[in-house]
Design a binder for this molecule. Structure first.
Ligand SMILES: [Zn+2]
Length: 68
């Protein structure tokens, strides 16, 4: 009922791979601070960070200052 040593080794390597992936992740997936969102701006055509205004109605593009 025991697994071959090679299969165990593969399993271990795969787990390490997943752990490394979880640790390092993608830099793009960094979460913006509260009240901020990263999205595509149709005005400046860039992927930019938007800031929610104090009234919570509009998002301001921090790149071109356009309200959307
Ligand atoms: Zn913009």
């Amino acid at each position: 009922m025991s697994q071959p040593a090679e299969a165990l080794q593969d399993d271990l390597l795969y787990k390490r791979y997943l752990q490394a992936l979880a640790r390092h992740g993608e830099p793009e997936q960094k979460q913006p601070s509260p009240g901020h969102v990263i999205r595509y701006c149709h005005t400046c055509g860039q992927r930019a960070m938007f800031r929610l205004d104090p009234e919570g109605t509009w998002y301001e593009c921090l790149h071109c200052k356009h309200y959307d």
